[in-house]
Write a protein that binds this ligand. Structure first.
Ligand SMILES: Nc1ncnc2c1ncn2[C@@H]1O[C@H](COP(=O)(O)OP(=O)(O)OP(=O)(O)O)[C@@H](O)[C@H]1O
Ligand SMILES: [Mg+2]
Length: 390
């Protein structure tokens, strides 16, 4: 069972390549579900069939699903939201502002990913293809479980027992009721599980969709770095809308030459990853047959599922004297990477995006001696526990 997430800049062909990959995989015998969180119904438009909020049969071995993000959101978040609204209101925040403060941007889409976990748990499929929202939103929503986990830990006491102990000091009315505790903890656990699933390269990987244009390639490079920062593995690049060479039209020849330069840049930037080329077709690839034909171009003889990426995720190595923590951070520039300690956590910031790495208990008292970017990895050296600190 594998999960493939398709992301990239707006309009580059995420929905088309996700749908095409799913159609081809199903035709080659894999039990496949393709699902979208895009409320614009573009997946149904690409497949050329209507889709429901539950998995809908589309062809042999192929299901399609348009997740109702609003409904999922209401189901999971309503109790927590009610509590936060009331708490803010009691704190003197007016009703309208409180209402706005309890809306987490992008939360509806992240909750839609709970659907992916449900399908993986059901275990009746070989492949789940996810047509994600455009780059920025997708990143935010994919990284949200980790960020939310941090938020929950700090905003809500971890244990009910702790909360009871605090009651004499803060007054009982300020504490959330049991059902709120329950739903916060459930939601936290659910999202942590989705995050663990989607950052496990053996089970899930991201396919970066781009078009061979300078601006798009530059954004894809940044996306590659930030996906790595948050622990997601990229397994391939889809370069879409590649203009086929031929004819003697100078306009076309100009584009073909310009795209060749960008494709070189793509191969160098994403060195080691397969780059699948999708031709700029004379018409929109809509419907199962058109998508299958497009996917044949894309993958040729290669397996649309691909091999799980061989990446070494965040890990810690110690030889007793010195301890080294390293994580993949491809294409990052030294100047944009920043490290800070926040209590027991290590905060890694790259170009304004931040990941809180919770250090193992035995590592947290050790001082950071230095850090370097080597071969696309961030390597952090820790020293010995200071004498008298243990
Ligand atoms: N290789 C191609 N040749 C011709 N048309 C294409 C090709 N790839 C995509 N298209 C068309 O371009 C349009 C945009 O593609 P698509 O919807 O897949 O992009 P997207 O990245 O999902 O966009 P959004 O960011 O809006 O979700 C669609 O009409 C699609 O049919
Ligand atoms: Mg789309």
């Amino acid at each position: 069972m594998r999960v493939l997430l398709f992301t990239g800049k707006g309009g580059v062909g995420k929905t088309t390549s996700a749908a095409a990959t799913a159609v081809l995989a199903a035709r080659r015998g894999l039990r496949t579900l393709v699902l979208s969180t895009d409320p614009a119904h573009s997946l149904a438009d690409a497949l050329g069939v209507p889709l429901g909020p539950e998995p809908t049969p589309v062809a042999t071995d192929l299901l399609g699903q348009q997740v109702d993000t609003q409904r999922r959101f209401e189901e999971s978040w309503a109790t927590v939201r009610g509590y936060l609204r009331e708490l803010l209101g009691r704190g003197g925040v007016d009703a309208l502002a409180a209402e706005q403060l309890t809306v987490l941007p992008g939360a509806d889409e992240i909750l839609a990913l709970l659907e992916v976990r449900a399908r993986v748990r059901a275990g009746d499929l070989d492949l789940v293809v996810v047509d994600c929202a455009p780059t920025a939103e997708t990143l935010r929503l994919l990284a949200l479980p980790a960020a939310l986990g941090w938020y929950f830990e700090h905003a809500f006491p971890g244990h009910r027992r702790l909360a009871r102990a605090a009651r004499p000091f803060v007054g009982s009315e300020a504490l959330p009721a049991d059902d709120v505790f329950g739903s916060v903890q459930r939601l936290h656990a659910d999202l942590a599980e989705v995050y663990a699933l989607l950052t496990d390269p053996a089970r899930a990987s991201v396919r970066l969709v781009l078009t061979p244009e300078a601006v798009v390639v530059a954004e894809a490079r940044r996306t590659f770095t930030s996906l790595s920062l948050y622990g997601f593995a990229v397994d391939a690049v889809v370069a879409n809308r590649v203009i086929p060479a031929g004819g003697d039209d100078p306009w076309r020849a100009g584009w073909v030459a310009a795209q060749a330069v960008q494709l070189d840049e793509v191969r160098q930037s994403f060195a080691g990853l397969p780059v699948h080329l999708g031709p700029y077709l004379p018409e929109e690839p809509v419907g199962l047959d058109a998508l299958a034909a497009y996917a044949e171009h894309l993958y040729g003889d290669a397996d649309p599922l691909g091999a799980p990426p061989e990446i070494r995720a965040l890990h810690v190595e110690s030889d007793g004297e010195e301890t080294v923590l390293s994580m993949p951070l491809p294409l990052a520039e030294r100047a944009e990477v920043d490290l800070a300690r926040a209590g027991d956590d290590l905060v890694v910031t790259v170009g304004g995006q931040r990941r809180v790495v919770t250090l193992p208990e035995w590592l947290s008292p050790r001082p950071v001696l230095g850090a370097a970017l080597t071969d696309g990895r961030l390597v952090v050296h820790f020293g010995q526990v200071p004498v008298g600190a243990a």
